[in-house]
Design a protein around this ligand. Structure first.
Ligand SMILES: [Zn+2]
Length: 141
């Protein structure tokens, strides 16, 4: 099986779709971590980054690593409110520089590690996502 040129994991696209299906069930532990999982995946696949080149994903991961899920919930809530008022406010805070260059080193943790046997077991899922987020932000430094 060929490894992904960006994150280094084999079958990362299939794994990501499997994870999204779990996220959309809205069940813990997957549902609440949905935005964190997507941010990790995006930042490990710079060719798939949205127009902001990962600034929002980056801010979200920093918030998660600094303040945990509460911080993420707050951030996502702010973005929703901003959208509902049709304000085009990006999800970026002052002092959080967006990533600039694609990391050249392989990521220490990829979606393959989070998936374990491909099923994203609930046990220790949150801990694995945290390692995924840490490895992602470390590689971008
Ligand atoms: Zn990949």
């Amino acid at each position: 099986m060929e490894s992904c040129a960006e994150c280094g994991a084999p079958s990362c696209t299939e794994l990501f779709h499997a994870l999204l299906a779990l996220d959309h069930s809205r069940q813990p532990p997957w549902g609440p971590l949905h935005s964190v999982s997507v941010a990790c995946y995006q930042l490990q696949h710079s060719s798939q980054l949205p127009a902001d080149r990962g600034a929002a994903a980056w801010t979200l991961l920093r918030a998660y690593l600094d303040g945990g899920l509460d911080e993420v919930t707050q951030l996502v809530g702010q973005a929703r409110r901003a959208n509902s008022h049709r304000v085009r406010g990006p999800l970026v805070r002052p002092g959080t520089p967006p990533p600039r260059e694609t990391p050249r080193t392989p990521f220490a943790v990829t979606i393959e590690d989070v998936a374990v046997n491909g099923t994203f077991p609930a046990q220790d899922f949150a801990a694995r996502v945290r390692s995924w987020a840490t490895a992602t932000t470390n590689a971008w430094h």
